[in-house]
Design a protein around this ligand. Structure first.
Ligand SMILES: C[S@@+](CC[C@H](N)C(=O)[O-])C[C@H]1O[C@@H](n2cnc3c(N)ncnc32)[C@H](O)[C@@H]1O
Length: 260
């Protein structure tokens, strides 16, 4: 996966700081009872009584099992845990776990005996996720602070990696895909919802379309995702568009496996 113009370390840290700032604000919004918004409170329109994107992406029975602030904090672009096979006893890792919605749902599905980890770099999101998991009554969860480009877990320690609308935000996507491959056990699975660009969409058009969504630091194209996952050593890779998110950009379901 090649970024068109390689970023310096300080460019990357600046972009990460902006991202952290945005999601700290989103966590505060959800904590105060309003749906979190990806594009900042100034530009978001909140409709009274609506609980945000989760109402579109998740089934009613899933929403019914979740604390209200987990639903309000949902900033995903799909429902990766619904389409990923999770079994009791397994270890799941959610990259960019936000308010914890997919960690809580995963934790229930890997019980008894399994563990769901959530990794996020934003303190306010980690605090909200911890509170949501406690309110949901799930105990087999662990939230970790860190960057998805350097996952703070040992190699071959995870059965399933999920992620919901986070990898498009990364300033070093090749590092994220390599880290996913490193932490997965042989035979481990990947189920990711993300924003993905159509092949052939120019970098400039990707940025224009991304700025409409307000959350993409340069989405990968479908072919870049596929070749990036293969280059990281994963197989059975697929990228399926699920809905149009902006002109040329789609919500997508990304799947892969680590060879045994
Ligand atoms: C769009 S929100 C998605 C949250 C959650 N997955 C969901 O579906 O609601 C992005 C989350 O990823 C986190 N994040 C963004 N870039 C990250 C990075 N490089 N490393 C760790 N966390 C990151 C943000 O702090 C934020 O909580």
């Amino acid at each position: 996966v090649r970024e068109v113009k390689p970023m310096t370390d300080s460019d990357q840290e600046n972009l990460r700081a902006q991202t952290r700032h945005r999601y700290a604000e989103a966590a505060r919004e959800a904590s105060s009872g309003r749906p979190a918004c990806d594009c900042g409170t100034e530009t978001c329109v909140h409709v009274e009584g609506q609980r945000g994107w989760a109402e579109v992406m998740y089934e009613n029975d899933e929403l019914g099992e979740l604390p209200e602030t987990a639903v309000l904090a949902s900033l995903g672009c799909g429902n990766p845990t619904a389409v990923t096979d999770l079994r009791p006893g397994e270890t799941v890792l959610d990259l960019g776990s936000g308010g914890g919605i997919d960690v809580i749902l995963s934790a229930r599905r890997v019980a008894p005996g399994g563990t769901a980890y959530g990794l996020d770099m934003t303190d306010e999101m980690l605090a909200l996720a911890e509170a949501n998991a406690t309110e949901a009554g799930v105990h087999n969860v662990k939230f970790l602070k860190g960057n998805i480009e350097a996952i703070p877990l040992p190699g071959e320690s995870v059965d399933v990696v999920v992620s919901n609308c986070v990898i498009n935000l990364s300033t070093d996507k090749a590092a994220v895909l390599a880290e996913i491959a490193r932490v997965l056990r042989p035979g481990g699975r990947v189920g990711i919802s993300d924003i993905v660009a159509e092949d052939g969409l120019s970098r400039q058009r990707r940025e224009e379309a991304g700025s409409v969504l307000g959350c993409t630091a340069g989405a990968l194209s479908k072919i870049e995702y596929l070749t990036g996952l293969e280059a990281a050593g994963l197989d059975h890779v697929s990228v399926e568009f699920t809905h149009e998110a902006a002109d040329g950009l789609h919500g997508a379901l990304v799947k892969a496996e680590k060879p045994r």
